[in-house]
Design a protein around this ligand. Sequence first.
Ligand SMILES: C[S@@+](CC[C@H](N)C(=O)[O-])C[C@H]1O[C@@H](n2cnc3c(N)ncnc32)[C@H](O)[C@@H]1O
Length: 488
Amino acid sequence: MNEQRPRRDGGKRYREQGDYGDRNRARSSQAVRRPARVQPARRVAYGVIAAVREDEAFANLLLPQRIDRAGLDAKDAALATELTYGTLRRHGFYDRVIELAAHRPVGEIDAPLLDVLRLGAHQLLATRVAPHAAVDESVSLAREVGSRSTAGFANAVLRTIGRADAEAWLVEVLAGVRDEDERLAIEHSHPLWIVRALRRALAAAEREAELPELLAADNAAPRVSLTALPGLLERAELPGTPTPLSPVGVRAEGGDPARLPQVRDGRVRVQDEGSQLAALALSRARPVEPGERWLDLCAGPGGKAALLAAEAAVGGAALLANEVVPARAELVRRALVALPDPPEVLAGDGRDFGESHPQEFDRIMLDAPCTGLGALRRRPEARWRKQPGDLPGLTGLQDQLAESAVRALKPGGLLAYVTCSPHVAETRGVLRGLLKRHPELEQLDTAAVLNQVTGGSLETAEEGGAVQLWPHSDGTDAMFIALLRRTA
Ligand SMILES: C[S@@+](CC[C@H](N)C(=O)[O-])C[C@H]1O[C@@H](n2cnc3c(N)ncnc32)[C@H](O)[C@@H]1O
């Protein structure tokens, strides 16, 4: 049974023994004769991983439904989550390992079988799941998605993988890789173009040396934080500990926060601390004058709109929300139900807003559609779906939305330009263009505003100008927040 334990032997042993040696074949046929029962948590994980590939499903939305449907208890739900997220995040690395173990490119392996192998590799290389359970249950899954020979192939590949540990496989996979970014891409399982984009983003903040930490943070499960909507609930009324940065946040305790009654009735939102800070930067940049009109131009699904609406209501202001996708506009309406006087939600194209509502608003939130490279830890499949080719279309849209927002802003009004991406083209690039086209805009000291909001806890905020938050140092999504004032 020793062969089943991961070893620190440099991964060489699998070659000495041969991947498809007689001993493995014997075991494989034995496994074919007596299929292991696939545990519900693994079945749920496999189902979600397959749906992500086949139907472009979002794991963070589908997984809770499948966990509910399968009636998993808390322990199995945690296992299913770990297996799903871990496999999806790290499949770039696992594919390299599978190619070495199977002696063929992953492109030549049927997609459902490849899903099984990735899930098996994750269990063998990154979890405490007993290797025999990881292999045997994967073989059963392989038999379900393929044939008897498919099961034999899965058995052989996974037994080979299980003979070395992740560290040893990394050495094998990296052999011959000279380029530093390529090395980091493999080690931290990110597409190369994203590694390069994150390097540039850190370099712009003179923090390039932190790239490995940032990539590692993308692979760690984020802590769940909740927002207690001001005026509706005090955060002290919630279970959990106060968030270190946001004055309205709580770090949730274990369990599904969606089940909390305060979340169900809408007084509390599940929301990353970085998103809380983005909304508070706008609402608390200066005292609210009663009667102010605020706009959330791209509001779906409504997280920041809910916090802004609550802040506006406390100060005697009123929010209008807009979202171009009707189904997402509906989500915004639902996000606002707990407010005593829920704001109106329009389903329009934000690019037309400046023309239809010129100089009407005192504060505007432009949380722009973006690549989302700052929230990769939250959406495990996202890094593999995004393409560098998405960027020009997005920055063009960001420019147009920013133009519209400036037109809709009253002289003296405040604009928050926000992205959940640190990509320099979407952040500093869009901002630079906007400031160049509009000399009537002045950039506010967002770091000073946020330091006031956080009580000085934001250690990494840059002096002056905009703020770029980072998962590895701030514990938030990598939100970019820039406050601007229209002077005339
Ligand atoms: C980053 S999300 C906003 C997240 C939101 N502020 C929150 O905190 O829940 C960007 C939103 O912009 C919407 N959007 C994209 N193009 C738009 C447009 N032309 N006009 C208005 N909204 C748009 C997207 O559908 C998406 O819901």
